[in-house]
Design a protein around this ligand. Structure first.
Ligand code: SF4
Ligand code: SF4
Length: 290
């Protein structure tokens, strides 16, 4: 499979898979209307053997619980990272919020994640029909992470608290990281808020596949992990929890309890992402002086 064919597959799937448009009640006028959650995704490709994957086990990067591509899939050759940019409506509504995520953002966080899981699982199926074996780590039953005291991943949430197992623990670490896979795959670099700044901005979500076929890798047009961040501090000023120091990066132990607590305000959903909206890196790579 070449890049053009993969691009067509992803584009056709985006055009055909249901779940990216939900019906919600607009809090501004109380009227039910459709809401598109994500724009058409972009993707990047890296070699599964890229030495960077091996470095993520270091304590100061992700941690010893991280599993590089070869530990997810025997014969892993490439990693495909897919970025789903938040739609204009999702971004702009959150950009107007100052203390909690917009309702639209919370739909993108919850229903949107379900859509992305379905998208990646469907991609696994389509590739398999073409003779390519792949795995979607974030959707795999063995995927689990605990970040800043708030677990995440595919483990079921506690129905009472809305939190994943492990919430409250002071444990950091993840067995896979979508943003790090995106960084290696040439999609962009990190910002002070620890999100990834892509050519379509930071506001959005990721999915990735590890495949057993060598695909042509993308060139990383950067060397510094923070190259696209202009250190403007806008994300720090937007953060209602004070989780981002002026000189960054974000402190998970401050951010996570805030995001968890948003479950009470946004129930049955949750979310925040204020640091990803109404900032210069929201929808593109920022320019110095922006
Ligand atoms: S808002 Fe500014 S400082 Fe924060 S991640 Fe974006 S570019 Fe970097
Ligand atoms: S750092 Fe966390 S709490 Fe602060 S704005 Fe970003 S998501 Fe919200």
């Amino acid at each position: 499979m070449d890049r053009n064919e993969l691009s067509s597959v992803i584009s056709e799937l985006y055009g055909s898979l249901e779940g990216n448009t939900v019906i919600y009640t607009d809090p501004e006028d109380g009227i039910e209307k459709p809401l598109t959650l994500y724009d058409e995704p972009i993707f990047g490709i890296s070699e599964a053997s890229d030495p960077l994957y091996g470095t993520f086990r270091e304590e100061n990067i992700i941690g010893p619980g991280y599993r590089p591509p070869q530990e997810w899939l025997v014969g892993a050759k490439s990693v495909i990272s897919v970025f789903f940019p938040a739609s204009e409506k999702v971004r702009s509504s959150n950009g107007r919020s100052t203390d909690t995520a917009s309702v639209e953002w919370s739909y993108a966080r919850m229903e949107g994640q379900k859509y992305i899981n379905g998208f990646m699982e469907e991609l696994v199926r389509i590739l398999s029909e073409k003779g390519i074996n792949s795995i979607y780590p974030s959707g795999d039953p063995s995927f689990f992470s605990i970040v800043g005291g708030r677990g995440s991943g595919s483990a079921p949430k506690d129905p009472d608290t809305g939190l994943y197992p492990g919430a409250g623990a002071d444990t950091f670490g993840s067995c896979w990281s979508e943003r790090h896979a995106a960084f290696v795959s040439g999609l962009g670099t990190f910002g002070m808020s620890r999100g990834l700044i892509t050519r379509k901005g930071m506001a959005g979500r990721y999915g990735s596949l590890i495949v057993n076929t060598a695909l042509e890798k993308d060139v990383r047009e950067y060397t510094d992990p923070y190259e696209y961040c202009i250190k403007c501090g806008a994300c720090a000023r937007r953060c209602p929890a004070g989780a981002i120091p002026e000189d960054g990066p974000k402190d998970h132990t401050v951010c996570s309890p805030w995001v968890s607590a948003s479950g009470k305000r946004l129930a049955p959903r949750y979310g925040c992402g204020l640091c990803q909206t109404a900032v210069p890196c929201e929808k593109g790579i920022p320019k110095k002086g922006q």
